[in-house]
Design a protein around this ligand. Structure first.
Ligand SMILES: Cc1cc2nc3c(=O)[nH]c(=O)nc-3n(C[C@H](O)[C@H](O)[C@H](O)COP(=O)(O)O)c2cc1C
Length: 218
C-alpha cells in the first residue's frame, strides 16, 4: 500500500492533512456555545470544504484509463469511511477492463429493447458495491464508503458518479446470475450501489439544494 501513496499524484498524508483541517474546524465549531456565532471559513480557505463543494456527478468522461495506483488510493479512502461497529459490511469489485465492462453491459442489455449499459454513463472504471444482508446498517456503510471514494476522487481530479439504476437493471436482468458470478461477491452479500470513475469531459454546475429541509431545533 505504501507504494500506492508514494506514486499517487497526491499523497495519503495530504488527504489526511486536508481531512484533519476540516475536522479542526468542526471541533472549533462544537467548542463554541450555541449563542456564540462561529466565524465561518470561506471555501477558498478550506480545501476540504472546497473539495466537497466542487464535487459534481459527472456523466461525460474522457476514455482515458485511471491508473490503478490512483484507484487504489481512492479505494483506500473508501474503506476508511466510518462504518457500523467497524464491520466493514461492504464488498467492492472494481472493473477497469473495457472488455469486461462491455461484457457486463451486453449481459444487462440482453432481452431488452434498450441499451441499459448506457446507465453506466460511459465511465471507464466502474465499482460495484455489495452490502452484507445480515447487517441492517450495511446500506449506510456502503453509502459512506461511496462518498469517501467520490470526494477523494474529486481531490485527485478524477470525476465520479454514484449510480443506482444499474443495480436495478442487473437485479431485473434475466442474466443476473451470470453478471453476479462475474462480480464474485461472497455469499450473503447483495449488490447495493455502483460508482463510476474517470477523467471528466464536462464541468456541470451545482444543482440547487433546499435549505428548508434543514432546521435548527431550539
Ligand atoms: C443513491 C444514488 C443513486 C443515484 N443514481 C443515479 C443514476 O442511476 N443515474 C444518474 O445519472 N445519477 C444518479 N445519481 C446521481 C444523482 O442524480 C446526483 O447526485 C444528484 O442529481 C445531485 O447532483 P450532484 O451529484 O452533481 O451534486 C445517484 C445518486 C445517488 C446518491
Amino acid at each position: 500500500m505504501k507504494s500506492v501513496f508514494r506514486n499517487a499524484k497526491i499523497t495519503f498524508a495530504t488527504v489526511l492533512r486536508r481531512i484533519l483541517c476540516g475536522l479542526s474546524i468542526v471541533a472549533v465549531a462544537s467548542c463554541a456555545s450555541n449563542s456564540e456565532p462561529v466565524e465561518s471559513k470561506s471555501n477558498a480557505e478550506n480545501p476540504v470544504i472546497e473539495n466537497i463543494m466542487a464535487r459534481r456527478s459527472i456523466r461525460q468522461y474522457k476514455q482515458q484509463a485511471v491508473a490503478r495506483d490512483t484507484m487504489n488510493l481512492i479505494l483506500e479512502c473508501g474503506i476508511n469511511a466510518p462504518n457500523g461497529q467497524n464491520k466493514q459490511s461492504w464488498e467492492v469489485r472494481v472493473v477497469d477492463n473495457k472488455a469486461t465492462l462491455d461484457k457486463i453491459k451486453e449481459l444487462m442489455s440482453e432481452g431488452r429493447d434498450m441499451n441499459v449499459g448506457s446507465c453506466f454513463r460511459n465511465a471507464p472504471v466502474m465499482t460495484f458495491i455489495a452490502r452484507d444482508k445480515s447487517y441492517d446498517f450495511s446500506a449506510y456503510d456502503c453509502g459512506l464508503l461511496a462518498e469517501n471514494m467520490m470526494l477523494s476522487a474529486t481531490s485527485l481530479g478524477v470525476g465520479s458518479i454514484c449510480l443506482g439504476s444499474p443495480v436495478r437493471f442487473i437485479m431485473d436482468s434475466p442474466r443476473k446470475d451470470d453478471i453476479l458470478s462475474m462480480l464474485g461477491f461472497s455469499e450473503g452479500y447483495e449488490l447495493c450501489l455502483c460508482v463510476g470513475f474517470g477523467y471528466p469531459n464536462e464541468s456541470p454546475a451545482a444543482k440547487p439544494r433546499d435549505w428548508n429541509k434543514v432546521k435548527f431545533i431550539d
